[in-house]
Design a protein around this ligand. Structure first.
Ligand code: IPD
Length: 294
């Protein structure tokens, strides 16, 4: 059996089924409403001359005025509806709560796409049990991811299935059944740290000749939802944050997929996140372990 991710503290994942089904359904409904409202905000109120407001971890990690506004809107709605829950947001960090539930927010996932007005950005809203600041110490209960430019809203709750809601329809999601690397269309993403990108480029160079093709679409939450919808066969990335993956992770698993870190059964984290259908998962883990990463 593969070793767990080195460096990850071993923690017991909390059980999201401890939240009663009725409450899970209410949380999913709220996550959907929050994603929808913030999605409409960032789409309809995007300034035509949008500029970078400030940068964070590196010069490439940009924040716009709409990232801030979207998170403020989400926080205000959560404070009104669920004042006892904690909130962890990409822009404002952690506000503690007392209920044992935490909302994990990416107010704009795909901020660089948003900056350039490329229509592949999202709002990601998840509610989790446990400590979302520690990999493996949390588990999603419900979540929603909206791409407001395609009017697609992906959502899930534990044991409730994963669904894609559009203006016309609501359809259940199912991951692809692809088993082999040669026939796999994979998505990945790149870090904001230029040094880390050297290693990521090596992994792409190793895998590209062995797969159907590789996509870099620019929003991790949407990449996960595309795995859930079978629009790509798999996704891997180093360097994601909990707000990038908390909602999409549940959409993947409720669509029958598997998500982990570098080793089977390890939690997804910034060290590595790998999501696929069940047949491809060990194959992609093996290929990544044997690549420049391994
Ligand atoms: C980023 C996007 C991107 C991924 C980065 C993320 P942000 O999120 O999801 O696709 O490659 O790792 O940080 O900064 O746009 O919210």
């Amino acid at each position: 059996m593969a070793e767990p991710d080195p460096g990850l503290r071993q923690v017991a994942a909390p059980d999201p089924r401890a939240v009663p089904e009725q409450e899970r359904a209410e949380l999913e409904e709220l996550a959907v409403a929050l994603a929808l409202e913030a999605g409409v905000l960032i789409r309809d109120e995007r300034p035509s001359r949008l500029a970078v407001n400030h940068v964070k971890s590196t010069d490439l990690d940009v924040v716009t005025v709409m990232d801030t506004r979207s998170e403020q809107l989400l926080r205000a709605r959560i404070a009104a509806a669920r004042p006892e829950d904690a909130v962890l947001g990409e822009e404002e960090g952690l506000s503690p709560g007392t209920s044992g539930l935490s909302w994990v927010l990416d107010p704009i996932d795909g901020t660089v796409n948003y900056l350039y007005d490329l229509p592949a950005y999202a709002v990601s809203v998840a509610v989790v049990v446990g400590d979302p600041t520690v990999p493996g110490a949390w588990a999603p209960v419900a979540g929603a991811v909206i791409n407001p430019r395609t009017d697609e809203l992906f959502h899930a709750r534990v044991d409730g299935g994963a669904h894609l809601l559009t203006v016309e329809d609501s359809v259940p999601l199912r991951v692809s059944a692809v088993e082999d690397l040669a026939g796999a269309l994979l998505a990945t993403g790149f870090a904001y740290d230029r040094e880390v990108r050297h290693g990521q480029a090596q992994v792409v160079a190793d895998l590209l000749p062995r797969v159907r093709d590789i996509r870099r679409m620019g929003a991790a939450a949407l990449d996960l939802c595309h795995v859930a919808a079978g629009r790509v066969d798999g996704y891997w990335e180093q360097g994601v944050h909990v707000w990038d993956i908390a909602a999409g992770m549940l959409v993947v698993t409720e669509a029958g997929g598997v998500i982990s870190g570098a080793a089977a059964g390890s939690p997804p984290s910034g060290r590595m996140t790998v999501a696929t259908g069940p047949a491809l998962h060990p194959v992609l883990l093996g290929a990544l372990a044997g690549s420049a990463l391994g």
